[in-house]
Ligand binder design. Sequence first.
Ligand SMILES: Cc1cn([C@H]2C[C@H](O)[C@@H](COP(=O)(O)OP(=O)(O)O[C@H]3O[C@@H](C)C(=O)[C@@H](O)[C@H]3O)O2)c(=O)[nH]c1=O
Length: 181
Amino acid sequence: MKVKETRIADVKLIEPRVFEDDRGYFFEAYRESVLADAGITAEFVQDNVSKSYKNTIRGLHYQIEKPQAKLVQCLSGTILDVAVDIRQNSPSFGQYVAYKLSDENKHQLYIPVGFAHGFSVLSDEAVVSYKCSDYYHKPGERGIRWDDPKIRVNWDVERPLLSDKDRTQPLFSSINKEDLF
Ligand SMILES: Cc1cn([C@H]2C[C@H](O)[C@@H](COP(=O)(O)OP(=O)(O)O[C@H]3O[C@@H](C)C(=O)[C@@H](O)[C@H]3O)O2)c(=O)[nH]c1=O
């Protein structure tokens, strides 16, 4: 398992070591000690799984109360996973990183607290699984518009399939300081 830096150093790309044989493959999907050596000390308390169809965009989401670090993988299909830095004192405030995660490359993205998260679905369907470092807390849920003109995420999908909630998320520039990190 390799842990690599990304353009925003606190976001890490994890590349598990995959063992293939006649039966199929095996890999360690989570190994606390390797992540800890790379500075990832989040304690995960909730695992989420979602299935989505092609062109779905889920995001951009975060919790301002009970903020969550996330460790994201795609068990089936291909997604573009996106992390937007919303830490006001960060040199990369408002910037994002995006990585393709798939059942082929088996890569994972570690997204610390202080980021908004979202993904688009590039394959016919995608099953995404992610660990969270705090529990879902509906009153603390916040979001940013997927097509925010300042953040300008290139989601690589046409005619996105969105939830009602995500269609009407606020623009980044309209979010109060208290609702960012
Ligand atoms: C996220 C979540 C949702 N739910 C419920 C609320 C709702 O009725 C239903 C669907 O929720 P949503 O529409 O918010 O699901 P979704 O749009 O997939 O939300 C997720 O998006 C990705 C990008 C994230 O980063 C996650 O943290 C989460 O915000 O599931 C839970 O019970 N627990 C949870 O942890």
